[in-house]
Write a protein that binds this ligand. Structure first.
Ligand code: PLP
Length: 374
Protein backbone atom coordinates (compact mmCIF):
# COMPACT_ATOMS: atom_id res chain seq x y z
CA UNK A 1 0.00 0.00 0.00
CA UNK A 2 1.25 3.47 -0.82
CA UNK A 3 2.20 5.54 2.23
CA UNK A 4 0.92 8.97 3.24
CA UNK A 5 4.39 10.21 2.52
CA UNK A 6 4.42 8.97 -1.05
CA UNK A 7 0.93 10.33 -1.61
CA UNK A 8 2.09 13.77 -0.50
CA UNK A 9 5.03 13.54 -2.84
CA UNK A 10 2.73 12.80 -5.77
CA UNK A 11 0.58 15.79 -4.87
CA UNK A 12 3.61 18.06 -4.81
CA UNK A 13 4.87 16.67 -8.09
CA UNK A 14 1.47 17.20 -9.70
CA UNK A 15 1.27 20.83 -8.56
CA UNK A 16 4.78 21.48 -9.81
CA UNK A 17 3.97 20.02 -13.23
CA UNK A 18 0.77 22.03 -13.51
CA UNK A 19 2.75 25.19 -12.92
CA UNK A 20 5.67 24.30 -15.22
CA UNK A 21 3.29 23.27 -17.98
CA UNK A 22 1.70 26.73 -17.94
CA UNK A 23 4.89 28.57 -18.78
CA UNK A 24 6.80 26.47 -21.24
CA UNK A 25 7.55 28.06 -24.62
CA UNK A 26 10.97 26.72 -25.50
CA UNK A 27 10.50 23.07 -26.29
CA UNK A 28 8.55 21.34 -29.03
CA UNK A 29 5.79 19.73 -27.00
CA UNK A 30 2.17 20.55 -27.82
CA UNK A 31 -0.10 20.53 -24.78
CA UNK A 32 -3.57 20.76 -26.28
CA UNK A 33 -4.51 17.10 -26.00
CA UNK A 34 -6.92 14.98 -23.99
CA UNK A 35 -6.40 11.25 -23.96
CA UNK A 36 -8.66 10.53 -21.01
CA UNK A 37 -10.79 8.25 -23.21
CA UNK A 38 -7.82 5.87 -23.27
CA UNK A 39 -7.29 5.69 -19.50
CA UNK A 40 -8.99 2.30 -19.19
CA UNK A 41 -6.30 0.76 -21.38
CA UNK A 42 -3.69 1.49 -18.72
CA UNK A 43 -4.74 -1.66 -16.86
CA UNK A 44 -3.29 -3.91 -19.59
CA UNK A 45 0.33 -4.96 -20.14
CA UNK A 46 0.11 -3.91 -23.78
CA UNK A 47 3.04 -4.99 -25.91
CA UNK A 48 3.41 -4.73 -29.69
CA UNK A 49 6.51 -6.93 -29.76
CA UNK A 50 7.71 -7.65 -33.28
CA UNK A 51 6.63 -6.36 -36.65
CA UNK A 52 3.36 -4.36 -36.77
CA UNK A 53 2.37 -6.04 -40.03
CA UNK A 54 3.08 -9.64 -38.99
CA UNK A 55 0.97 -11.72 -36.65
CA UNK A 56 2.38 -12.35 -33.19
CA UNK A 57 1.55 -14.91 -30.54
CA UNK A 58 0.99 -12.30 -27.78
CA UNK A 59 -2.46 -10.80 -28.20
CA UNK A 60 -2.60 -7.92 -25.70
CA UNK A 61 -1.58 -5.51 -28.40
CA UNK A 62 -2.67 -2.59 -30.60
CA UNK A 63 -1.16 -3.54 -33.97
CA UNK A 64 -4.37 -2.72 -35.79
CA UNK A 65 -4.17 0.89 -34.57
CA UNK A 66 -0.44 0.96 -35.24
CA UNK A 67 -0.94 -0.12 -38.86
CA UNK A 68 -3.52 2.62 -39.35
CA UNK A 69 -1.12 5.25 -37.94
CA UNK A 70 1.72 4.01 -40.15
CA UNK A 71 -0.55 3.99 -43.22
CA UNK A 72 -1.64 7.55 -42.47
CA UNK A 73 1.95 8.81 -42.42
CA UNK A 74 2.97 6.70 -45.43
CA UNK A 75 0.27 8.42 -47.44
CA UNK A 76 1.09 11.84 -45.98
CA UNK A 77 4.76 11.32 -46.94
CA UNK A 78 3.79 10.12 -50.43
CA UNK A 79 5.45 6.74 -50.01
CA UNK A 80 5.28 4.55 -53.13
CA UNK A 81 2.15 2.41 -53.35
CA UNK A 82 2.76 -1.09 -51.97
CA UNK A 83 6.37 -0.33 -51.16
CA UNK A 84 6.24 1.18 -47.69
CA UNK A 85 6.62 -0.14 -44.19
CA UNK A 86 6.95 1.47 -40.78
CA UNK A 87 6.24 1.33 -37.07
CA UNK A 88 5.50 3.51 -34.07
CA UNK A 89 8.77 4.39 -32.33
CA UNK A 90 9.71 5.84 -28.96
CA UNK A 91 10.44 9.16 -30.64
CA UNK A 92 12.30 10.90 -33.44
CA UNK A 93 15.67 9.65 -32.27
CA UNK A 94 14.71 6.00 -32.67
CA UNK A 95 13.28 6.68 -36.13
CA UNK A 96 16.54 8.36 -37.10
CA UNK A 97 18.52 5.44 -35.73
CA UNK A 98 16.33 3.10 -37.76
CA UNK A 99 16.84 5.06 -40.99
CA UNK A 100 20.60 5.11 -40.50
CA UNK A 101 20.66 1.41 -39.57
CA UNK A 102 18.74 0.53 -42.72
CA UNK A 103 21.09 2.65 -44.82
CA UNK A 104 24.12 0.98 -43.29
CA UNK A 105 22.77 -2.52 -43.95
CA UNK A 106 22.12 -1.59 -47.58
CA UNK A 107 25.44 0.22 -48.02
CA UNK A 108 27.93 -0.96 -45.41
CA UNK A 109 30.69 1.22 -46.84
CA UNK A 110 28.46 4.31 -47.03
CA UNK A 111 29.41 7.74 -45.75
CA UNK A 112 26.89 9.81 -43.80
CA UNK A 113 26.58 13.51 -44.65
CA UNK A 114 24.80 15.79 -42.21
CA UNK A 115 24.85 19.50 -41.48
CA UNK A 116 26.25 21.37 -38.50
CA UNK A 117 22.73 22.11 -37.28
CA UNK A 118 21.78 18.44 -36.99
CA UNK A 119 20.16 17.32 -33.72
CA UNK A 120 22.61 16.31 -30.99
CA UNK A 121 21.30 12.74 -30.95
CA UNK A 122 22.58 12.00 -34.44
CA UNK A 123 26.27 11.95 -33.48
CA UNK A 124 25.42 9.35 -30.85
CA UNK A 125 23.45 7.27 -33.35
CA UNK A 126 26.38 7.34 -35.77
CA UNK A 127 28.65 6.25 -32.97
CA UNK A 128 26.33 3.32 -32.12
CA UNK A 129 26.32 2.23 -35.73
CA UNK A 130 30.02 2.84 -36.32
CA UNK A 131 29.31 4.70 -39.55
CA UNK A 132 31.75 6.99 -41.35
CA UNK A 133 30.45 10.54 -41.46
CA UNK A 134 31.22 14.08 -42.60
CA UNK A 135 29.75 17.29 -41.28
CA UNK A 136 28.61 19.83 -43.88
CA UNK A 137 28.41 23.57 -43.24
CA UNK A 138 25.05 25.16 -42.50
CA UNK A 139 23.83 28.48 -43.87
CA UNK A 140 22.89 31.25 -41.43
CA UNK A 141 19.25 30.14 -41.62
CA UNK A 142 20.24 26.66 -40.44
CA UNK A 143 19.68 25.03 -43.84
CA UNK A 144 22.48 22.86 -45.24
CA UNK A 145 25.05 24.62 -47.44
CA UNK A 146 24.43 22.98 -50.83
CA UNK A 147 27.74 24.13 -52.31
CA UNK A 148 29.70 22.64 -49.43
CA UNK A 149 27.69 19.43 -49.86
CA UNK A 150 28.39 19.33 -53.61
CA UNK A 151 32.12 19.88 -53.16
CA UNK A 152 32.38 17.28 -50.40
CA UNK A 153 30.40 14.69 -52.37
CA UNK A 154 32.75 15.29 -55.30
CA UNK A 155 35.81 14.52 -53.19
CA UNK A 156 34.34 11.23 -51.95
CA UNK A 157 32.73 9.99 -55.15
CA UNK A 158 33.98 6.45 -54.60
CA UNK A 159 31.86 6.04 -51.41
CA UNK A 160 28.05 5.77 -51.55
CA UNK A 161 26.51 8.77 -49.78
CA UNK A 162 23.91 8.49 -47.04
CA UNK A 163 22.30 11.90 -46.61
CA UNK A 164 20.86 12.73 -43.21
CA UNK A 165 18.57 15.67 -44.03
CA UNK A 166 16.99 18.01 -41.49
CA UNK A 167 13.37 18.87 -42.06
CA UNK A 168 13.20 21.47 -39.37
CA UNK A 169 16.47 21.96 -37.48
CA UNK A 170 16.22 22.01 -33.72
CA UNK A 171 17.10 25.68 -33.16
CA UNK A 172 15.77 27.50 -36.25
CA UNK A 173 13.42 25.00 -37.96
CA UNK A 174 15.34 25.23 -41.22
CA UNK A 175 14.41 22.60 -43.80
CA UNK A 176 16.97 21.02 -46.12
CA UNK A 177 15.62 20.66 -49.67
CA UNK A 178 15.77 16.97 -50.59
CA UNK A 179 14.93 17.58 -54.24
CA UNK A 180 17.91 19.94 -54.46
CA UNK A 181 20.14 17.39 -52.74
CA UNK A 182 18.96 14.62 -55.10
CA UNK A 183 19.66 16.93 -58.06
CA UNK A 184 23.22 17.52 -56.85
CA UNK A 185 23.79 13.76 -56.71
CA UNK A 186 22.23 13.36 -60.17
CA UNK A 187 24.59 16.03 -61.50
CA UNK A 188 27.52 14.10 -60.07
CA UNK A 189 26.16 10.82 -61.52
CA UNK A 190 25.91 9.30 -58.04
CA UNK A 191 23.31 6.52 -58.37
CA UNK A 192 23.92 4.44 -55.28
CA UNK A 193 22.70 6.62 -52.43
CA UNK A 194 20.31 6.85 -49.51
CA UNK A 195 18.41 9.84 -48.13
CA UNK A 196 16.93 9.89 -44.63
CA UNK A 197 14.59 12.69 -43.66
CA UNK A 198 14.67 13.79 -40.01
CA UNK A 199 11.25 15.41 -39.83
CA UNK A 200 10.89 15.17 -36.04
CA UNK A 201 9.00 18.43 -35.63
CA UNK A 202 7.90 19.50 -39.13
CA UNK A 203 6.90 16.05 -40.42
CA UNK A 204 3.48 16.29 -38.81
CA UNK A 205 2.53 19.38 -40.85
CA UNK A 206 5.10 19.92 -43.64
CA UNK A 207 2.76 18.30 -46.19
CA UNK A 208 0.26 21.10 -45.60
CA UNK A 209 2.64 24.03 -45.99
CA UNK A 210 2.62 26.16 -49.11
CA UNK A 211 4.96 25.90 -50.83
CA UNK A 212 5.32 22.30 -49.73
CA UNK A 213 8.88 21.64 -48.52
CA UNK A 214 10.75 18.96 -50.51
CA UNK A 215 11.11 16.35 -47.77
CA UNK A 216 9.24 13.15 -48.53
CA UNK A 217 9.41 9.96 -50.62
CA UNK A 218 8.20 11.64 -53.81
CA UNK A 219 11.04 14.14 -53.38
CA UNK A 220 13.60 11.33 -53.05
CA UNK A 221 13.65 10.30 -49.37
CA UNK A 222 14.17 6.62 -48.57
CA UNK A 223 12.99 6.91 -44.97
CA UNK A 224 11.27 9.58 -42.87
CA UNK A 225 11.15 9.90 -39.08
CA UNK A 226 8.64 12.08 -37.22
CA UNK A 227 7.96 12.64 -33.51
CA UNK A 228 4.43 12.16 -32.22
CA UNK A 229 4.76 14.12 -28.99
CA UNK A 230 5.92 17.34 -30.65
CA UNK A 231 3.32 18.91 -32.94
CA UNK A 232 0.52 16.39 -32.39
CA UNK A 233 1.13 16.13 -28.65
CA UNK A 234 1.24 13.15 -26.29
CA UNK A 235 2.04 12.53 -22.61
CA UNK A 236 4.62 9.89 -23.62
CA UNK A 237 7.38 10.50 -26.17
CA UNK A 238 6.61 8.63 -29.38
CA UNK A 239 7.03 8.83 -33.13
CA UNK A 240 6.70 7.08 -36.45
CA UNK A 241 9.28 5.90 -38.95
CA UNK A 242 8.41 5.05 -42.56
CA UNK A 243 10.80 3.29 -44.95
CA UNK A 244 10.70 1.59 -48.33
CA UNK A 245 9.41 -1.95 -47.81
CA UNK A 246 11.79 -3.68 -50.20
CA UNK A 247 14.70 -2.24 -48.22
CA UNK A 248 13.27 -3.41 -44.89
CA UNK A 249 12.66 -6.91 -46.28
CA UNK A 250 16.36 -7.24 -46.92
CA UNK A 251 17.09 -6.95 -43.20
CA UNK A 252 14.02 -8.72 -41.70
CA UNK A 253 14.62 -11.82 -39.63
CA UNK A 254 12.00 -14.32 -38.47
CA UNK A 255 12.03 -15.10 -34.75
CA UNK A 256 10.30 -18.25 -33.60
CA UNK A 257 10.00 -17.18 -29.94
CA UNK A 258 7.69 -14.22 -30.68
CA UNK A 259 6.12 -15.79 -33.78
CA UNK A 260 6.90 -12.64 -35.71
CA UNK A 261 9.52 -10.76 -37.67
CA UNK A 262 12.20 -8.89 -35.76
CA UNK A 263 12.20 -5.75 -37.91
CA UNK A 264 12.13 -3.10 -35.17
CA UNK A 265 14.86 -1.78 -32.87
CA UNK A 266 13.24 -2.60 -29.51
CA UNK A 267 12.08 -6.10 -28.67
CA UNK A 268 9.10 -5.37 -26.42
CA UNK A 269 7.40 -2.33 -27.87
CA UNK A 270 5.13 0.28 -26.35
CA UNK A 271 1.60 -0.50 -27.49
CA UNK A 272 0.02 2.46 -25.74
CA UNK A 273 1.64 5.07 -28.00
CA UNK A 274 0.13 3.62 -31.20
CA UNK A 275 -3.24 3.82 -29.47
CA UNK A 276 -2.67 7.48 -28.58
CA UNK A 277 -1.51 8.42 -32.07
CA UNK A 278 -4.40 6.53 -33.60
CA UNK A 279 -6.83 8.36 -31.34
CA UNK A 280 -5.22 11.71 -32.05
CA UNK A 281 -5.32 11.26 -35.81
CA UNK A 282 -8.92 10.05 -35.73
CA UNK A 283 -9.84 13.00 -33.53
CA UNK A 284 -8.08 15.69 -35.57
CA UNK A 285 -8.19 14.35 -39.11
CA UNK A 286 -6.44 16.31 -41.85
CA UNK A 287 -8.70 19.32 -41.27
CA UNK A 288 -7.82 19.43 -37.57
CA UNK A 289 -4.10 19.30 -38.32
CA UNK A 290 -4.48 22.07 -40.89
CA UNK A 291 -6.45 24.19 -38.46
CA UNK A 292 -3.84 23.81 -35.70
CA UNK A 293 -1.06 24.59 -38.17
CA UNK A 294 -2.77 27.79 -39.33
CA UNK A 295 -3.13 28.88 -35.72
CA UNK A 296 0.54 28.23 -34.97
CA UNK A 297 1.76 30.05 -38.06
CA UNK A 298 -0.43 33.06 -37.28
CA UNK A 299 0.79 33.21 -33.67
CA UNK A 300 4.42 32.81 -34.75
CA UNK A 301 4.02 35.79 -37.09
CA UNK A 302 2.35 37.72 -34.25
CA UNK A 303 5.30 36.98 -31.94
CA UNK A 304 7.92 38.12 -34.46
CA UNK A 305 6.03 41.39 -34.97
CA UNK A 306 5.51 41.91 -31.26
CA UNK A 307 9.18 41.39 -30.44
CA UNK A 308 10.30 43.61 -33.30
CA UNK A 309 7.96 46.31 -32.05
CA UNK A 310 9.91 46.48 -28.78
CA UNK A 311 13.25 46.47 -30.59
CA UNK A 312 14.14 42.79 -30.43
CA UNK A 313 15.70 41.39 -33.57
CA UNK A 314 13.42 38.34 -33.86
CA UNK A 315 12.98 36.28 -37.03
CA UNK A 316 11.73 32.96 -38.32
CA UNK A 317 12.37 30.81 -41.36
CA UNK A 318 9.64 30.73 -44.05
CA UNK A 319 6.53 28.96 -42.73
CA UNK A 320 8.22 28.01 -39.46
CA UNK A 321 6.49 27.85 -36.10
CA UNK A 322 9.85 28.45 -34.41
CA UNK A 323 10.74 32.05 -33.59
CA UNK A 324 14.42 32.87 -33.13
CA UNK A 325 15.64 35.77 -30.98
CA UNK A 326 18.94 36.95 -29.53
CA UNK A 327 19.89 35.00 -26.42
CA UNK A 328 17.55 35.94 -23.57
CA UNK A 329 18.57 36.62 -19.96
CA UNK A 330 18.82 33.75 -17.50
CA UNK A 331 15.70 35.02 -15.73
CA UNK A 332 13.57 34.94 -18.88
CA UNK A 333 15.10 31.66 -19.88
CA UNK A 334 14.20 30.07 -16.57
CA UNK A 335 10.71 31.54 -16.35
CA UNK A 336 9.65 30.51 -19.86
CA UNK A 337 11.84 27.41 -20.14
CA UNK A 338 13.51 28.60 -23.34
CA UNK A 339 16.10 26.48 -25.13
CA UNK A 340 19.23 28.50 -25.78
CA UNK A 341 22.25 27.68 -27.94
CA UNK A 342 25.19 30.06 -28.32
CA UNK A 343 23.89 33.48 -29.28
CA UNK A 344 20.26 32.55 -29.87
CA UNK A 345 17.17 31.44 -28.01
CA UNK A 346 13.95 30.21 -29.56
CA UNK A 347 10.25 30.03 -28.89
CA UNK A 348 8.17 27.16 -30.25
CA UNK A 349 4.74 28.41 -31.13
CA UNK A 350 2.82 25.15 -30.89
CA UNK A 351 -0.97 25.06 -31.33
CA UNK A 352 -1.62 25.39 -27.61
CA UNK A 353 0.25 28.72 -27.43
CA UNK A 354 -2.10 31.69 -27.36
CA UNK A 355 -1.59 35.33 -28.26
CA UNK A 356 -2.28 36.25 -24.60
CA UNK A 357 0.56 34.01 -23.50
CA UNK A 358 2.84 35.59 -26.10
CA UNK A 359 1.78 39.04 -24.92
CA UNK A 360 2.84 38.11 -21.39
CA UNK A 361 6.17 36.86 -22.70
CA UNK A 362 6.78 40.03 -24.74
CA UNK A 363 5.79 42.15 -21.72
CA UNK A 364 8.36 40.35 -19.56
CA UNK A 365 11.12 41.11 -22.06
CA UNK A 366 9.97 44.71 -22.44
CA UNK A 367 9.93 45.18 -18.66
CA UNK A 368 13.43 43.77 -18.35
CA UNK A 369 14.69 46.10 -21.06
CA UNK A 370 13.00 49.09 -19.44
CA UNK A 371 14.61 48.22 -16.08
CA UNK A 372 17.99 48.10 -17.80
CA UNK A 373 17.28 51.41 -19.54
CA UNK A 374 17.60 49.89 -23.04
C1 PLP B 1 13.33 16.59 -31.43
C2 PLP B 1 14.22 16.27 -32.55
C3 PLP B 1 14.84 15.02 -32.67
C4 PLP B 1 14.70 13.98 -31.61
O1 PLP B 1 13.40 13.53 -31.52
P1 PLP B 1 12.86 12.89 -30.14
O2 PLP B 1 11.44 12.62 -30.47
O3 PLP B 1 13.08 13.90 -29.08
O4 PLP B 1 13.65 11.64 -29.93
C5 PLP B 1 15.61 14.77 -33.77
N1 PLP B 1 15.79 15.70 -34.71
C6 PLP B 1 15.22 16.91 -34.64
C7 PLP B 1 15.44 17.89 -35.73
C8 PLP B 1 14.41 17.23 -33.56
O5 PLP B 1 13.85 18.45 -33.49
Amino acid sequence: MITQDARALLDTLFERMLDANERSLGYPAAKDFDYSALERFLRFPINNVGDPFADATYRVETRECEREVVAFFAELFRAPHDDWWGYVTNGGTEGNLYGLYLARELMPSGMVYYSEQTHYSVAKNLHFLGMRHIMIRSQASGEIDYEDLRETLKIHRDVPPIIFANIGTTMTEARDDIAKIAQIMDDLAIRQRYIHSDAALSGAYASFLEPRPAFDFADGADSVSVSGHKFLGAPIPCGVVIARKHNVQRIARAVDYIGSLDTTISGSRNGFSPLMLWYRLRELGISGIRERLARSLACAAYLVEGLRAIGIDAWRNPSAITVVLPRVSDAIRAKWQLATAGTISHVLVLPNVTCEQLDAFIADIAAERAAQGV
